[in-house]
Ligand binder design. Sequence first.
Ligand SMILES: Cc1cc2nc3c(=O)[nH]c(=O)nc-3n(C[C@H](O)[C@H](O)[C@H](O)COP(=O)(O)OP(=O)(O)OC[C@H]3O[C@@H](n4cnc5c(N)ncnc54)[C@H](O)[C@@H]3O)c2cc1C
Length: 514
Amino acid sequence: MTSITQERSLSEQFPRLARNGGLDVRELERLRARARRFAEEHVRPRALEIDRRTGEDPGWFDWDLVRAGGEHGMLGLLIPRPAGGGGGLATQAAVAMEELCAACPGIALIFGAHALGISPLLLGGPSQWDGVLAELVASERTGEPLLMACAITEPEAGTDVEDPDLLRRARITSHARRVPGGFRLSGTKRFISNGSVARWITLLMPTDPRRPAETWTCFLLDTRSEGFAVARVEHKMGQRACPAAELTFDEVFVPDEQIVSREGDGAAATTIVLACSRPPVAAIATGIARGAYERVLGWLQEDRAAKGLLERQHVQLALAGMEEEIHLARQLYMDAATELDHRALGGVMSHPGVRALGHVPASVRRRAPVRGWLASDRACDATVALLHRSTSERAVTRSLALSSMAKARGGDVAMRVTGAALELVGLRAGPVRAELEKLWRDAKLTQIYEGTNQLNRLEVYRGLCRSETMSCLPPLRRIHPDADGRARTNAEPRAYLDANASQPASVDGDGGRS
Ligand SMILES: Cc1cc2nc3c(=O)[nH]c(=O)nc-3n(C[C@H](O)[C@H](O)[C@H](O)COP(=O)(O)OP(=O)(O)OC[C@H]3O[C@@H](n4cnc5c(N)ncnc54)[C@H](O)[C@@H]3O)c2cc1C
């Protein structure tokens, strides 16, 4: 049973893809084919059984599927090529997610939450390539893959910690306390996808609870650390294959080297990470809607119980409405993903300096002096400066708004299409009904995580209706003396860039950086 989505190539559906930041469309097609093969051979056949098992025991987890996903390239998708991964960004993640979610969104979320855990590390630039990212790639090659998670949400702060303005007033109870050589983390994180199975977690906490927005910091936590515990795994309504856990931190030590980027850059990191993860979440929702549509269409065409229904006009109208909604949802997430990759993030990885570093063998990059330099404050500041050079706060704000629009609309489409499909089959459909009922439960989460739809629509208002520019890039912080010995500060980003980089500054499509 094929739908129009499967018949049309990506370049037919999105003719402007190739022009967007040099995206290799043939490679994207190959990725889609690989994701589809994994979905059809491994994911869909196990979806109902895993949903039942995890419904009975939320802690049950299928590592065989993770291994199979690794073999199909679903784990290293976002890991930069110099670290041995697929080098993808939001577009690649979104294309893969739609395929997996048309089969089973719960299983897909294991890979999605892993990618979310990896995302903050990408902002750390080359300094992160040879650490945990390389370890993830190596673990996958040995057939014993490690997973990641990202922990932002707290018991009293969900929406509030996903927006830099709300963060100022959020009821945050976690705290990272400075000690010699690092920090001690205390508190609780809730609803963390992959939280109970992850080996590494990127997590956000303030280093000063009185100034959470200014001191929100991203840490990389080894879950074997003393003081870390999985307090419980939630009973979920949908997307059950991926466990959501409550995690507790009791004075867990994290060394200075495991601060991702720099202390206090966490609010900007969260904004960028969410901007990047919302198109794939919109694709999750689109995939769920497509899965429901394809199942109901297959049932109407092939099942004797549905005989004659396709001749009825109300059924034809319902199917046309579903196709229309799915088509629009896909256009929205591809628009958001390609805009983000092209105008907000792609510039960092395609910068000649970063590309040149990527050609240096990992064995050389791991030598003490090179590793030391890559991990230094100066290298970190250079990565931040590069981010400022490659994009602008306006471009990121607009990309975030487009991502939010795709995410909110996608979630609503998933709920509407799965509901309409269930209504069409009514009580008649046997096994297909069970799949549709599961997809309907799975769909609800797409309106909640990665920011509720309400929060996402407020981002659309800010970024598109009001054309606001959020302060969403890590600040240029270092003070360097210029030729006259005069100190340059954050207040003079242009001067900072001129003093610290050799590349000519790029200008975004609005005619300038903010
Ligand atoms: C299964 C599952 C998996 C998850 N996985 C992760 C994960 O891996 N990592 C992670 O960090 N988090 C994760 N989350 C958390 C998720 O991102 C939060 O649930 C979400 O941000 C909403 O927060 P909340 O549940 O505290 O709701 P609240 O923030 O309490 O919101 C309740 C309601 O109030 C509305 N609201 C709140 N503030 C505003 C406002 N300022 N303006 C308008 N409306 C507002 C919301 O839209 C919502 O309707 C997960 C959640 C679930 C359920």
